[in-house]
Design a protein around this ligand. Structure first.
Ligand code: SF4
Length: 63
């Protein structure tokens, strides 16, 4: 399972702050990036919580 971030992300950086193993800010391009190609089992709960925590629901699972 992969994570994707939609373009309407407002770059609040909450996901990066709470789940630094999963997200990072690409400062040069001013976009939030995922740090893992596939979410490992040990980060699956964090990924689910990140999806819930994002205020604009910009994070979702993709195959
Ligand atoms: S929490 Fe949501 S809106 Fe905020 S930076 Fe992460 S993906 Fe973007």
């Amino acid at each position: 399972m992969k994570l994707s971030i939609d373009d309407f992300c407002i770059r609040c950086q909450l996901c990066e702050t709470l789940y630094p193993d999963l997200f990072r800010l690409d400062v040069e391009n001013d976009v939030i990036m995922t740090k893992v190609a596939d979410v490992p089992e040990n980060l699956m709960d964090d990924a689910k919580n990140a999806i819930k925590d994002c205020a604009v629901t910009a994070i979702r699972f993709t195959k």
